[in-house]
Design a protein around this ligand. Structure first.
Ligand code: TRP
Length: 464
């Protein structure tokens, strides 16, 4: 394959790259604070059900569409012969641009924390709001981060993305396990575990369902065609159903572990669980400090460095989608496309960067009927990750089952082999994509959008 499109060199390469895309700030930064805001274990249960029951089949569908057409999300729908459905691809491009625009800012925080801890500034946890307000510092790190991302993407998929993912993912995994073991030795650790594991279902509101579904999509990098794009680089011989299952398990596994790490830390320090986006940034530095000056710097700096890398494999996948679009559809050279898109997204991200303390009007941006006050960054998250992604997922499910048709989808899952014997997983995906996903995604979407934006509480009206 040419360098313009590229291809993964192995099956493991694809799984690692897709898992690298999935595992990122969404697992370690966003998941814990969403659990904290969503009332704990009840959120976790919903998130798990959404990931396995609703998202996994859509994940297979995205990879199948990508591999079948070998194209970006816009081109893919056109190539299958359904021009109008390219709207799903355009929605995906918009989601990708918006998500990367704020994701890059949070990645800059993570990298900034690496530098601060390396310099022994353990008090950075208490100075979180000062830090995010300092737009010159955050801005510099975010320029760096975007340049790094663009550099890798401009070199093509197998050269950059795959190699980076292979080394860094396992290291992060080991580090989190070690921190969990430490967390469990701390006072009040068990209160944290209880908050995380014992559900109180009275906590479930439309707002919580909405963010749990959005979180499931966000965490799996699903609903915007990132996996159509990555799927387009997958070999025709790979089993995409088991590959999707591995990706789901890995991603959910890392998020779940992050919770086991964070909540004992939060409770041992007596921090409020509903602190929002600052949760890990406020909590972790004090923990690292408790390890002593030397060990604390080593462990703390390494942790934020690896978190930055995890974010990096995700920003790569976010930038890859609009870049692949420009390369395939606009016939632009990969290098040029990458840099143009990167600069554009950086500019789109400036208001987000300024909305965490620096500029008042952006910090207190809107107050929504259901979701409450949001700064600009959180508002973009609400639109792009919690709204566009599940909507995109719904449309992908409907498209796959009723437009592209299940015969074609099944044939793609079977790698073109008509006599293939279906696994139970494939049978589930086949059933879910036509019934469970469209019905549940569609209804949850409508109910929660009404709740969040207009304050119409259908769940409360139905269940009291
Ligand atoms: N899933 C990544 C995370 O959890 C973020 C991400 C990367 C993403 N690519 C995406 C989210 C595409 C949505 C769509 O950090």
């Amino acid at each position: 394959m040419s360098i313009q499109r590229g291809g993964f060199s192995s099956r493991l390469g694809f799984i690692l790259a897709a898992a690298g895309s999935a595992v990122g700030l969404g697992n370690i930064w966003k998941f814990p604070f969403e659990v904290g805001q969503g009332g704990g274990a009840a959120f976790v249960v919903m998130y798990l059900v959404f990931c396995f029951v609703l998202c996994f089949p859509v994940l297979v569908a995205e990879i199948a569409i990508g591999r079948k057409t070998q194209l970006n999300p816009v081109g893919a729908f056109k190539a299958l012969g359904y021009k109008n459905w390219a709207i799903v691809g355009y929605l995906g491009l918009a989601s990708g641009v918006l998500i990367l625009s704020f994701y890059n800012v949070v990645a800059a925080w993570a990298f900034g924390y690496f530098v601060e801890i390396l310099m022994g500034h353990f008090d950075i946890g208490q100075r979180f709001s000062e830090f995010t307000k300092d737009w010159i510092t955050v801005g510099s790190y975010s320029v760096l981060f975007m340049i790094g991302t663009a550099f890798v993407v401009s070199r093509g998929v197998s050269g950059g993305i795959e190699r980076a993912a292979k080394i860094l993912m396992p290291t992060l995994f080991v580090m989190i396990i070690a921190l969990i073991l430490y967390a469990l030795t701390l006072p009040n650790a068990m209160d944290g575990i209880r908050f995380y594991l014992v559900p109180d279902f009275s906590q479930i509101t439309g707002k919580v369902v909405y963010s749990a579904l959005g979180q499931a999509f966000f965490s799996l990098s699903l609903g915007m065609g990132a996996l159509i794009t990555y799927g387009s680089y997958v070999s025709k011989k790979d089993n995409i159903v088991t590959a999707a299952a591995s990706i789901t398990l890995l991603d959910v596994g890392v998020a779940t572990l992050a919770g086991f790490m964070i909540f004992p830390f939060v409770f041992s320090q007596g921090i409020e669980t509903d602190g929002g986006p600052g949760l890990i940034f406020v909590t972790l530095p004090g923990i690292f400090e408790s390890l002593g000056a030397t060990l604390g710097v080593i462990v703390g700096a390494l942790f934020f460095l690896l978190l930055s890398f995890a974010a990096f494999t995700s920003t790569i996948s976010l930038l890859e989608v609009p870049t692949a679009y420009m390369v395939d559809e606009k016939k632009m050279k990969r290098k040029k496309a990458t840099w143009i898109v990167a600069i554009f997204i950086f500019l789109v991200g400036i208001p987000s960067m300024l909305s965490v303390g620096a500029v008042d009007g952006l910090t207190h941006f809107v107050t929504l009927a259901g979701a409450g006050e949001k700064n600009f960054m959180d508002f973009i998250g609400l639109i792009a990750s919690d709204t566009f992604l599940p909507l995109g997922g719904f449309m992908i499910a409907v498209f796959t089952a009723y437009v592209w048709k299940k015969e074609n989808f099944n044939l793609e899952m079977a790698n073109g082999d008509e006599n293939h014997r279906r696994s139970w997983l494939q049978s589930y995906v086949d059933f879910a994509i036509g019934y469970i996903c469209p019905v549940l995604l569609g209804s949850i979407f409508i109910v929660t959008v009404l709740d969040n934006f207009l304050g119409i509480k259908i769940l409360t009206m139905l269940f009291g």
